[in-house]
Design a protein around this ligand. Sequence first.
Ligand SMILES: [Zn+2]
Length: 79
Amino acid sequence: MPKIIKAPRYGKTVRDRYNEAVRKAKATYECPRCRMKRVRQVMAGIWRCRKCGATFTGGAWTPRTDMGSERRVLPPSAK
Ligand SMILES: [Zn+2]
């Protein structure tokens, strides 16, 4: 077993993955509607384009995932 220094529930691999995820979440992405690179994360899984105002769901950390769950555009009332 590798030596556990602190926070035994969060090993190096998990921490690295978390950092990677946060870095992706802070980035801007291309809007599926207007193609401008203005999509920012609103919260986990919710993304909004600051150019055209489109709000859509996607991956928790990136707008599009390998699962192909992007482009389910929410109605304007949804926050
Ligand atoms: Zn847009």
